[in-house]
Design a protein around this ligand. Structure first.
Ligand SMILES: [Fe+2]
Length: 290
């Protein structure tokens, strides 16, 4: 790679010149698409015209789809291995404290009350200090590092951190089950991670029929983006641009025993539970916005 982690980051300078707490974007403006190989090349080159245009566009609320970030075969394997992992181990929960193990959790209506915004899902959480049972970190960090760099961070930012360092990388593989899966409209925590990052693991019309990823437009309208993506694509946008997941197959009844529905890969550098008053996201009701 032409860029090493310690090299100058032109994106960081660009962000510093435009970001202010009063002007964070909250509404989606437009959608852009870029092939993975082009994205990789452009981010690492740090050509000034690209740096200026993409940072400004993200700050205006644009969302980018990276086409073919992962192969369909890789995603298929990831789903198969995750389902197996969840079948072998009982669901549980662990705070992000030093030594926290990987785990999976069924987050139904009742459990969802413990979170800052409502999400009904079956989530598997993997941390880099464990033994990486699904062998996810190397291929995922290869992609994630580009988005970190674009965000103004080092390519390997947080990779070696553990909870006592404050911020940790966490890979979340989620199944939003048919008949229950949903994620309410929210703004993500943005202090440690400037951009939300989604990996698409299912195709609407194949593994599920309705619902999926949306963003909120300037007139508070819900704009579906799920119909624009293919398995293996990634998407990113400014963390404060309101987004959510519309109810997945609400016409069906849920069966938590089968991981059937909309799968999703969530990449986040989280404030660990070793941090007092950790910065989290918040739900947004559009008629009583805060
Ligand atoms: Fe989010």
């Amino acid at each position: 790679m032409p860029t090493r982690p310690e090299q100058k980051n032109a994106f960081k300078d660009a962000w510093n010149s435009i970001v202010s707490p009063d002007t964070l974007p909250t509404r989606f403006r437009s959608l852009h698409q870029i092939e993975y190989s082009t994205f990789q090349q452009k981010v690492l080159e740090q050509d000034q015209a690209f740096v200026t245009s993409i940072t400004r566009s993200l700050y205006e609320g644009d969302v980018y789809i990276i086409r073919g970030a992962f192969s369909k075969a890789f995603i298929g394997e990831m789903k198969r291995k995750t389902a197996e992992y969840c079948k072998d181990k009982p669901p549980t929960f662990h705070k992000m404290l030093e030594g926290c193990q990987d785990f999976h959790r069924v987050i139904d209506e009742e459990v969802a009350k413990n979170y800052s915004f409502k999400a009904i899902k079956h989530s598997c959480y993997f941390f880099p200090w464990n033994d990486d049972p699904l062998k996810l970190f190397s291929p995922i960090w290869e992609r994630w590092s580009l988005i970190k760099f674009l965000s103004g961070q080092r390519l390997d930012e947080y990779e070696r951190n553990t909870p006592k360092d404050g911020i940790v990388d966490r890979i979340q593989i989620v199944c939003y089950p048919s008949g229950a899966g949903v994620l309410e409209t929210h703004s993500d925590p943005y202090i440690h991670q400037r951009l939300f990052i989604s990996g698409f693991m299912s195709k609407r019309g194949e593994e599920f029929d309705s619902g999926g990823f949306y963003v909120i437009g300037p007139g508070n309208e819900q704009i579906d983006l799920e119909g624009q993506v293919e398995i293996g694509d990634m998407a990113f946008g400014y963390a404060t641009v309101l987004h959510g997941v519309a109810a997945v197959d609400s016409h069906k009844s849920v069966d938590w025993g089968v991981m059937q529905g909309r799968w999703f890969l969530g990449l986040y550098s989280n404030a660990s539970d070793e941090v007092k008053n950790r910065h989290t996201g918040y739900a947004v009701k559009l008629d009583e916005e805060r």
